[in-house]
Design a protein around this ligand. Structure first.
Ligand code: NAG
Ligand code: NAG
Ligand code: NAG
Length: 381
């Protein structure tokens, strides 16, 4: 039976597969995640914190409200924690005694056991169109900073606020990026001034997923594509994220703030969506997040911001089953509620990914031996 000699030939192939899987699943860089909790099936925060620390390369976490249980769960992990003040609290935070109380209630009891590094005052506040929130945003940030200084925490904990790309009135070509008139001088200039004086980053939530079409899918996913030429700079952009970052950079620069650090507070790609939604799916989500991590950690920067790395927070840690809206909104997660990866994105620590790869190797080996068995059976007949 000639077929009985074929298994040894397959072993090197399977081993090669193992090595490819291991190198594909490990990454050098660190990465942040957004830990949203609009779900009824998530594991206890303590388990999540242990899992992130022991099994993943995730070393920064942003949470969406100052939930003491979540903040405490990360005590003694060293993981850098960013806490968000909900939008509706912003007007009250412009009151110093309220801000002092807020720091006393939500920060001081947990610091420094929990490595709290940043407070975000609201999320995408300018896009709410709410005049009270928008008008009190910068005063709230300044007042919260004064309260931090009063507690001698201002050198340990930064204050910022993330924006959607809706703050731009022009974003193509990237060199022509501009903030919306009205917000630019009255809100963003003082905001950028505050960030510069406190050595804090400008934060944005770019989502190439929401900006792409069938034609620009490769461009959004960092796949090979023809790119887009910026006629002013003669720079050819080959991925949408660079173009978005440079549009923001151009807008900041035109106000005189090209020197500030930019942090990507949210970005991601859904593993499931409505059939009509271009690009939603596991393979694309894995590709986007994998390429994203490589790109932001590479030190390449963008054409207008060369040689930089970008602190980046993937949205999101978990699929969140109670989120309203279209299917994709509930499917941005890197992990399911049982902490199994939604797809392989290279975020697990090498030992863990080796175990995953070994499992996949076993599956591959099992598949091979069953094919051999089928082959033998076929030949026997
Ligand atoms: C990871 O780090 C090692 C050692 O510092 C380096 O040799 C290797 O090229 C890096 N790999 C990537 C993908 O950056
Ligand atoms: C400021 O906050 C304190 C503490 O919460 C509160 O007692 C006071 O009424 C607030 N002042 C104003 C003007 O809202
Ligand atoms: C970026 O790094 C490259 C390679 O190290 C260097 O040649 C170039 O001058 C750097 N550019 C800037 C703007 O620092």
């Amino acid at each position: 039976m000639a077929a009985s000699s074929s298994p040894p030939h397959h072993v090197p192939t399977a081993l090669t597969l193992l090595f490819i899987l291991v190198s594909a699943t490990t990454t050098n860089g660190s990465i942040g995640v957004n830990y949203g909790t609009v779900a009824d099936d998530l594991p206890p925060p303590g388990e999540v914190a242990r899992f992130l620390l022991q099994s993943t390369v995730i070393n920064r976490v942003r949470i969406f409200d100052p939930n003491p249980e979540l903040i405490q769960a990360f005590a003694h992990t060293g993981i850098q924690i960013t806490v968000t003040v909900p939008n509706d609290q912003i007007p009250r935070l412009a009151n110093l005694s309220f801000a002092q109380q807020w720091i006393k209630s939500y920060i001081q009891p947990y610091f420094p056991a929990t490595n709290l590094v940043r407070i975000l005052v609201g999320n995408e506040v300018l896009s709410t169109g709410n005049r009270l929130l928008i008008g009190t945003l910068v005063p709230a940030m300044q007042t919260l900073h004064a309260a931090l200084a009063g507690a001698s925490l201002d050198r340990r904990i930064q204050i910022s606020t993330p924006h959607s790309l809706g703050i731009l009135s022009a974003s193509t070509p990237p060199s022509a990026g501009k903030f919306h008139g009205g917000y630019d001088v009255h809100i963003l200039k003082p905001l950028l001034g505050f960030l510069r004086s406190t050595n804090s980053p400008f934060m944005i939530n770019p989502y190439p997923f929401f900006g792409c079409s069938e034609e620009t899918l490769d461009y959004a996913l960092f796949r090979p594509n023809l790119g887009f030429l910026d006629p002013n700079t003669r720079i050819r952009y080959t991925n949408m994220l660079d173009a978005q970052l440079d549009a923001v950079f151009s807008a900041m620069k035109s106000l005189g703030f090209g020197d500030l650090e930019i942090v990507i507070a949210e970005t991601g790609w859904p593993s499931k969506g409505e059939p009509s939604q271009i690009g939603a799916g596991q393979e694309n989500a894995a590709q986007y997040n994998r390429n994203l991590m490589r790109h932001v950690n590479s030190g390449d920067g963008t054409p207008l911001m060369p040689n930089r790395t970008f602190e980046t927070y993937i949205f999101s840690l978990f699929n969140e089953d109670l989120k309203p809206g279209p299917t994709c909104e509930r499917n941005f997660g890197l992990f399911g509620p049982d902490l199994t990866p939604a797809y392989d994105v290279g975020i697990l620590r090498p030992t863990v990914s080796t175990a995953v790869a070994a499992r996949q190797y076993c599956n591959a080996a099992a598949l091979l031996s069953s094919s051999v068995a089928i082959l033998l059976l076929t030949m026997g007949n």
